[in-house]
Design a protein around this ligand. Structure first.
Ligand code: BTN
Length: 275
């Protein structure tokens, strides 16, 4: 719990501590930036950059989500991007596994910070608390730095959704809204980074325990879902997530393995943040 500036911004000591106590080798901190992912995809082109590198901003003015979605974040949100050596190849299931693994890391960090919180993973790249979106993940690479991965994470921490645009407020939540008190952002970030180091290492060694966990935590399992993937729309009963990261949907024509798309459940609007 905090009442200080650490609920809204990072100081030099926080940054030094992140470098000392996590797997991050290089940190770039901004008071304000358009998008940490945009900055990180450019910075990834520097071959001399010591990895993992972290781009962190107190405020993002043009945060990006999947596709054309925007990411709304007011002061108090955690918005950062990690530049990592590339894990696996660029094929779609691999991207799915990376997003799901990062979601798992956020899940475990939130459990540590507030045991008992009702958390779920929403395929393919969201973390939900109390059935509302608290975190979005955007994995990208720059064509000019194909050997590097940019992993962007937006986590609503001290930014109450009461101040959000109505469409966002209707579907999202922040940690302060869920538990009623503020957190020190650097404490939350440190927990997430430590979990990411652990879970991404497990992914790199193809640890099969990861798939069991995202199957167990998939909040769509047992729900009727619609997966919109451009031309292709799949409607049916969700049976969880397989080891490749695909969403399993039982339709009247048989089981479909969805590897991309936006999922909605009956009566639920699209969960991506739209500003
Ligand atoms: C989504 O919900 O579709 C993904 C949202 C990802 C948002 C984060 S915030 C930090 C990083 N910078 C961005 O511009 N986007 C990601």
């Amino acid at each position: 719990m905090t009442h200080g500036a650490g609920a809204f911004s990072f100081g030099e000591r926080d940054l030094e501590q992140i470098r000392r106590t996590t797997f991050v080798q290089t940190v770039e901190h901004h008071r304000e930036i358009e998008s940490t992912n945009t900055r990180a995809t450019r910075w990834a082109e520097d071959p001399a950059l010591a990895l993992p590198a972290l781009v962190l901003s107190d405020v993002q003015t043009g945060g990006r989500g999947r596709g054309t979605n925007r990411w709304w974040s007011a002061p108090g949100a955690l918005t950062f991007s990690l530049i990592l050596p590339r894990i696996n190849s660029s094929d779609e299931p691999s991207w799915l596994r990376i997003s799901l693994t990062a979601g798992l890391a956020v899940y475990d960090a939130l459990q540590q910070l507030r045991p008992g919180l009702q958390i779920g993973l929403k395929w393919p790249n969201d973390v939900f608390v109390q059935r509302r979106k608290i975190c979005g993940i955007l994995a990208e690479t720059s064509p000019r730095a194909p050997a590097r991965l940019v992993l962007g994470i937006g986590l609503n921490v001290n930014n109450s959704l009461a101040a959000a645009p109505p469409a966002v407020a209707a579907t999202a939540i922040s940690l302060v809204d869920a538990v009623g008190y503020r957190f020190d952002l650097s404490v939350v970030l440190t927990h997430v980074l430590r979990q990411l180091a652990e879970q991404l290492a497990a992914l790199a060694r193809a640890d099969t325990a990861l798939a069991s966990r995202w199957q167990e935590l998939c909040m769509l399992t047992g729900h009727r879902v619609q997966v919109d993937a451009g031309q292709r729309v799949t409607v049916g009963l969700c049976q969880g997530i397989d080891e490749s990261g695909a969403l399993l949907v039982d339709t009247p024509a048989g089981r479909e393995l969805c590897r991309s798309g936006v999922v909605t459940t009956r009566g639920q609007e699209e969960s991506a943040h739209r500003a």
